[in-house]
Design a binder for this molecule. Structure first.
Ligand code: FMN
Length: 215
């Protein structure tokens, strides 16, 4: 039970999978307890199953452990968040100021996810005319990780309100690596089937949009 040996999935699984998509959340409030032993490796192994252009697997996961490096990331977040707040006026500014947009203080795991610009792997296949597909590939891996984590009761919060160069510098990664996402990972304080930005009245999900068709 629970393993598809022939690549065919049951209706019950499909329903549960759709539930997983509905209940995956961007998490900003974490319990501070560490993840169970081996769980992060398990989640990362699942994320590695993501598709990538030419099978290049251009993602690089950096587990940020040092408090000093985490502090540097928190500092760039604070700076960028303050800048963003200054860009809003009136009710939107009040609303923005009231939102928690990162779980950097509590999340037991910080993962910075980078893209390498020219991996040998894949021998360039598929990215000659669209080099940006390398970064798209890293996004697919993050998306896969998000679901793989959530399926195991682990929350992920994507933090993009940072200066990517400051993050790269703080983590001392090779100069040509490109930051794609900074992720807070840990057990969520609470779960919800509605996005927090929707609950707070910032932005609701819209119903499925118009599908275009060209003939
Ligand atoms: C590329 C990307 C960057 C994001 N950056 C942030 C961020 O900096 N801070 C934040 O609170 N949420 C961030 N989010 C989460 C979105 O706000 C969230 O996905 C959206 O509101 C829908 O909510 P849900 O993920 O719970 O469905 C980001 C999501 C994506 C995909």
């Amino acid at each position: 039970m629970g393993t598809s040996s022939d690549g065919v999935f049951s209706e019950a699984f499909v329903e549960e999978f759709d539930d997983l998509l509905r209940w995956r959340r961007d998490v900003r409030r974490f319990r501070t307890e560490p993840l169970a032993d081996g769980l992060l490796d398990e989640i990362l192994a699942s994320a590695e199953l993501a598709p990538s252009v030419g099978n290049s697997q251009p993602w690089r996961w950096v587990n940020v452990v040092s408090p000093e490096r985490r502090r540097a990331v928190a500092d760039t977040f604070t700076r960028c968040n303050d800048d963003a707040l200054r860009g809003y006026r009136g009710e939107r500014a009040k609303s923005y100021a009231g939102m928690k947009l990162a779980g950097l203080d509590d999340a037991p795991v910080h993962l910075a996810v980078f893209c390498v610009p020219d991996p040998d792997q894949g021998s360039g296949l598929g990215r000659r005319t669209m080099p940006q597909t390398l970064e798209y590939s890293v996004v697919t891996a993050i998306s896969t990780l998000w679901l793989a984590a959530r399926a195991r009761g682990v929350g992920v919060g994507w933090v993009s309100i940072v200066d990517p160069h400051d993050v790269a510098r703080a983590l001392d990664v090779p100069g040509d690596w490109v930051l794609v996402g900074y992720l807070c990972v840990g057990y969520p304080e609470a779960v919800d089937s509605t996005p927090e930005l929707e609950r707070l009245g910032w932005q609701a999900r819209t119903p499925p949009g118009v599908r275009y068709e060209v003939r």
